[in-house]
Design a protein around this ligand. Sequence first.
Ligand SMILES: [Zn+2]
Length: 123
Amino acid sequence: MRRVGRENTAPEMAVRRFLHASGLRFRLNVRGLPGTPDIVLPKWAAVVFVHGCFWHGHDCTHGRVRPRTNAQFWFEKLEGNRRRDARKSRALRQLGWRVLRVWECQCRNDKLLSALCKRIRYA
Ligand SMILES: [Zn+2]
């Protein structure tokens, strides 16, 4: 199921493949959970968001890009995204989920993904 207006899902696919190869089993885009996490691992009480660096404000070269035109619009839009992410994460934690995040720029970094798998299993 694809949500309308989604960002590129290639990073999500890469993360899913890695988790799956690591023996982790998950569900996708479970409805009814705040923020509709990209990956849900009920067994580990964990959810994973795969976030685009630009849209979700990662502190990296991609995330720090700011369009020069309509600066105010973009500032508000990206701040809004950030605040919404924080709100959804809080709501998920209150429901007992551990909230993990992978940035787009990390999704092909095996070392970071291995660390993510460890955190899912042992956090
Ligand atoms: Zn990034």
